[in-house]
Design a protein around this ligand. Sequence first.
Ligand SMILES: CC1=C(CCC(=O)O)c2cc3nc(cc4[nH]c(cc5[nH]c(cc1n2)c(C)c5CCC(=O)O)c(CCC(=O)O)c4C)C(CCC(=O)O)=C3C
Ligand SMILES: [Fe+2]
Length: 393
Amino acid sequence: MLLASFGGPEGQDDVMPFLRNVTRGRGIPDERLAEVGEHYRALGGRSPINEQNRRLLAALRTELGERGITVPVHWGNRNWTPTMREAVERLREEGHRRVLAIATSAYSSYSSCRQYREDVAGALVETGMLGRMRIDKVRPYFDHPGFLDPFVEHLAEALATLERRGTPRERVQVLFTTHSIPLAMATASGPAEEGHGTPGGWYVAQHEAACRYVMERAEGDTPASPAPTSPVPWRLVFQSRSGPPQVPWLEPDVNDAIREIARAGAADAVVLVPIGFVSDHVEVIWDLDTEAAQTAQEEGLACLRLPTPGTDARFVAALADLVEERMREDAPRRCATDFGGTADVCGTACCLSGSARASARPTTSALDSAADARAALGQEGVARALEGSGAQA
Ligand SMILES: CC1=C(CCC(=O)O)c2cc3nc(cc4[nH]c(cc5[nH]c(cc1n2)c(C)c5CCC(=O)O)c(CCC(=O)O)c4C)C(CCC(=O)O)=C3C
Ligand SMILES: [Fe+2]
């Protein structure tokens, strides 16, 4: 197994090298980088994400062990040590040739799925293992009840808490938040034949399905307030936008949504549900607990932020279920939203916008063999991808 994550800095000296890794070739303006650098500095130069992943690894090893699945679980990050390359080197040294990866990201899009698969393939190229080691990836798991049910429980609790404090459900706005991505990236998310061309693509459609699941159940679990009750209003909003202003990204921003709600007098409290994230990393503790909370305070709204699944036992069990899905054909495949399920293997142009096709990098879990890569990229594309790596096309 390979737990594939984002990585984060673990001290002040790590901050700038980490940010340079994240933004390499991604066109992020220097001002934005300096601003995000300040967020990390204010937190002591340390992101909690690596520690959270260490805890998740320990919990996953225990859960798999209890199910009699005794495979080693390695860890590799896209942007910080232990890197994907280091993880693949260790897998190689231990003699493993078939690996199943889990990304700490639940949805389909370039940033949340394909880029993980590309970076895994990149590590295979760098270590000379492309075509020698096979690394598959579990499907996008936003619709697994073990990912969603912790949100349901915490939302029901939050609504009950607000009600006890005197805010009736109809005066609450639930804001589901996720990472904003460029509009073009969202539109291209999902399989080329299906998702591409729909505004928001699979990325937005999957989030909306997850939100509906959580709302329906959280409302069902909440003791009804005195009649007449109306459903709690909710919407999906976006955070952590980082591109240049002239490039359109998914909107509305969570802070703009809070201001709009306050100015319309539409609610007395907002509940922030970080449905797009797996753990309480910097994008959650800074962008929500610091920035959005401050916006709500300025606007006179009460604000509660729900936890992410983290190492909730239901989430850890969900990850183990995803492993079992790939081990046994008769294992249950729990896809609980009205989205309709997702596939184990991504298509060739999945989550790839038209303009990115010419420079596409090899991936795994779709193009996980040299033959697949050759079919998709052509001999020249493979040669370009391998350039300077010392590996043979
Ligand atoms: C969809 C998505 C997820 C969720 C899925 C997943 O989890 O993978 C995610 C997670 C994360 N993003 C993170 C950090 C950053 N993301 C950045 C930049 C960007 N993110 C993007 C998207 C996403 N990001 C995009 C389209 C960019 C623009 C650059 C580009 O096109 O690639 C930047 C650059 C500076 C900035 O502009 O913010 C940083 C520092 C951390 C670590 C937090 C910690 O340290 O605790 C995590 C978990
Ligand atoms: Fe990000």
